[in-house]
Design a protein around this ligand. Sequence first.
Ligand SMILES: [Ca+2]
Ligand SMILES: [Ca+2]
Length: 271
Amino acid sequence: MHRLVAALAGLTLVAAACGSDAADDLAVTVESEEAAVVETDDTGTDDTSTDDTGTDDAGTDESSVDDSGTDDTAEVSSGEVETFTIEVWADNWMAVYVDGELVGEDSVPITTERSFNSETFTFDAATPFTLAIEARDYKETDSGLEYIGASNQQMGDGGIIAQVKDASGAVVAVTTGDWSALVVHQAPLNTDCESSSDPDTECEFLTVESPADWTAVGFDDSAWGTATVWTAADVDPKLGYDDISWDASAELIWGSDLEVDNTVLLRTTVG
Ligand SMILES: [Ca+2]
Ligand SMILES: [Ca+2]
């Protein structure tokens, strides 16, 4: 994962000592001009990005994701529209997109202490569809730490698991190590700053700008790595996890480092 991030460093990488709040990786949305640059550099010959970076994205950032998804759905999907549900548990927060459209996000704000919960979202889609999840581990600042200044100041850890069922209740997709993954926030890079009395100065972080259309059907994620599978013992899933009857094939996944990798973009194709 480190190697992957380094390979993307020529794009819009930011590595710096901390000093400001963690608003950077909230910006899945990027301004249209920047998005065009990212896509051109990142995907090269990606034909679908051409459409998405045109006038559609010139409007508001949020709506551009929906627009591209709608367009791509019409182009790619050929099956009949069915109703699906996705059950998902995340430490600490997630947002779920289907064919570029947001179908649900964690109802518990990430800033809530011990924001562990599961969610079930229902959506209509035609197979094959693109399932994309933004997963975030809580960090108080770009230092990557939580409980800063308290006796339990530490690096938090992450983890996510999900399964998709069709209308009959059959499991049609689960999180596995086959999912594409891009870590877009890592901190602290110098993990020995965990005990620092001034982590916002001493801890280093690294961010990669999220591609503007990373949730879209046509997005080329071939440059991404794959998710890392973790055991329940590794993640120690808490509140909400046991509320779901997880299929035996569903796996807890994250980046390659449960603590340092703080925001992970995940993608797969279902059907
Ligand atoms: Ca956490
Ligand atoms: Ca963390």
